[in-house]
Design a protein. Structure first.
Length: 572
């Protein structure tokens, strides 16, 4: 792998070489031909992709479109055409389109696994990625290889770069580019279907250039991205319902009355049926209750939605067979979707679904990591329920004192204080805050670089979180109160209030929490500059506890950075 400086030299050479792009397009007169470029590596492609995070023309275009959101789809269609694709070509992807505030990614993962079990060649586009950007584009449940990502990246990037002068120098922003790339990959790899997760909202999300999905889904709704989608759940529901298409069946889970009414109005306005999924308990598998590969009670509604989406897709694909079609539903009305007996493929699909970084548990010696990328009020509430139950089961078998540690950060416009207020109820013994930086900048992976935020801004947020935590713990406690953590070890208020530390990166935070007891994190000692001045006095309980339980939450980017170090195979 080229050194970082060499990577940039090679990327810049390509960007500045008009001959290279001419060679690319000449070699790619059809979308099936491979570009004849100088040999480029995966990290070269990722570095070039990252320039789209700060591309001046792309950012200016986004600013112009904020007051006129309908322009977003118009711009996306233009970029798609410049890449060599027509919107009509996407019809052949047999798309399942899924939106929602919480659980849309898990719903897509369940759906993809079920249909893969039937023997179909599946494509799955999701966001964000945890460790490597190629995770966003999956074939048959696996991220596309570095070789395929690199090959298709330069094909698409080259066509867009060649045409930019005729379009005011514009290039698509990061997420738009990846969406175009995903469509290109799925068409080239000839998938039988594509499960497409909406990025933000729905109506004006760039994935909504899809004209004819086979079925649409809306997972649980809540408040998020208010500056873009609106400051009420009803406004957000209007945006989410924007993915509905005339005559295309749509399904949703149980929602509060207000947003459910909005979804129904949207279905009537657009001209499609809308059905509400039954509780998971209402399905009748042949053997025992349904088991899910993803932990947490909140996953049950996601699994039910996935069953309905999969069944509806199969009915349209097969038209005949043992699956009985649902009764017709008048467009604009909302009905209760019928439960049914899941097939063996469906049962096995739900049980075998994996979706890293969401209610995931990793056991490393005496340390257990609980990872969940929850970042909204509702998802943090669900995370707390899952963590309490999962941690309690392990604490019973610990055979001694157990220390609970929170590793937390947020990104974007999140209300960190509101999320921390919920997490206080878990009675953590230590709270650790760090930015979404995996390690020292010199060795940080290009896949996880974010040029839209500054290091100063990230560290300021961490310090604000530290102050908020101390204030919340002080309010939650009573003077003179002692807490008993599992194992009977007393914890006095004064010690708890002070136990909030800020680290400069994820790796330094993880190594300090582990105190040399995690065999995966064993390495040379950290520089003293990477450890807060008062950290040493806080470390003794971590070294002496029978077990250490670490909840990592608040941001999928934080969880992804942690997974890079806790599961090295994820970065291979």
């Amino acid at each position: 792998m080229a050194r970082p400086s060499r990577v940039w030299e090679r990327v810049l050479a390509v960007l500045l070489s008009r001959r290279s792009w001419a060679t690319l397009t000449a070699a790619s007169t059809s979308s099936t031909k491979t570009a004849r470029l100088p040999r480029m590596e995966y990290q070269d492609a990722v570095c070039a992709l990252n320039t789209l995070q700060t591309n001046a023309s792309a950012l200016e275009q986004v600013r112009r479109e904020r007051g006129h959101p309908q322009l977003q789809l118009q711009a996306m269609r233009g970029f798609l055409k410049r890449s060599g694709l027509e919107v009509e070509e996407l019809d052949s992807l047999n798309i399942i389109h899924v939106t929602g505030t919480k659980g849309k990614g898990s719903t897509c993962a369940f759906t993809e696994r079920i249909l893969k079990n039937y023997g179909f060649r599946t494509g799955f586009y999701s966001s964000p990625h945890l460790v490597q950007v190629r995770e966003r584009i999956r074939i048959n449940g696996q991220p596309i290889s570095k070789e395929l990502f690199t090959k298709y990246f330069w094909q698409v990037y080259g066509r867009l770069d060649e045409t930019k002068d005729a379009h005011g120098g514009s290039m698509p922003a990061y997420f738009r580019f990846l969406t175009i790339l995903a469509f290109h990959v799925f068409l080239q790899e000839k998938v039988d279907l594509a499960v497409i997760e909406v990025g933000i909202g729905g109506a004006y999300d760039c994935t909504n250039i899809i004209r004819k999905p086979w079925v649409c889904g809306v997972s649980s709704l809540g408040i998020d991205h208010t500056s873009i989608l609106g400051d009420t759940i009803e406004k957000i529901a209007w945006q989410k319902g924007g993915i509905f298409k005339p005559g295309v069946p749509a399904f949703t889970v149980k929602q509060p009355d207000g947003p459910m009414a909005v979804l129904q109005d949207r279905a009537m306005e657009i001209g499609c049926s809308l059905s509400m999924c039954p509780d998971l308990e209402e399905y009748q598998p042949e053997v025992g209750p349904l088991r899910l590969g993803l932990a947490g009670r909140h996953q049950r509604s996601n699994a039910s939605l996935a069953l309905q989406l999969s069944r509806c897709w199969l009915q349209q694909r097969c038209q005949t067979g043992h699956l009985q079609p649902s009764p017709p539903v008048e467009n604009g009305s909302i009905s209760q979707a019928s439960s049914f007996q899941p097939s063996t493929f469906m049962v096995k699909g739900l049980e075998d679904t994996e979706w890293p970084g969401r209610t995931q548990t990793l056991q490393h010696g005496p340390l257990t990591y609980f990872l969940d990328g929850a970042h909204t009020t509702r998802s943090i509430l669900a995370c707390v329920d899952w963590f309490r139950e999962a941690a309690a089961q392990q604490e019973c078998a610990a055979g001694g004192p157990v220390i609970r540690v929170l590793l937390f950060n947020t990104s974007g416009e999140r209300d960190s204080g509101a999320l921390l207020k919920i997490l206080v109820s878990c009675h953590f013994d230590l709270a650790v805050f760090c930015p979404n930086i995996t390690e020292a900048a010199a060795s940080s992976s290009a896949d996880q670089q974010n040029f839209n935020v500054t290091l100063e801004g990230m560290l300021t947020r961490c310090l604000d979180n530290q102050r908020s935590w101390r204030s919340l713990v002080r309010q939650d406690a009573r003077p003179g109160t002692e807490f008993l953590i599992p194992g009977g070890l007393p914890l006095v208020v004064e010690r708890k209030m002070a136990s909030a530390l800020v680290f400069p990166c994820i790796l330094s935070a993880l190594r300090w929490i582990a105190q040399g007891r995690d065999p995966v994190l064993v390495s040379s000692s950290q520089p003293t500059s990477m450890v807060p001045a008062n950290a040493a006095e806080k470390a003794e309980p971590l070294r002496e506890a029978a077990a250490v339980h670490v909840l990592i939450t608040g941001s999928l980017h934080l969880v992804g950075g942690a997974l890079k170090h806790l599961d090295p195979s994820s970065a291979a």
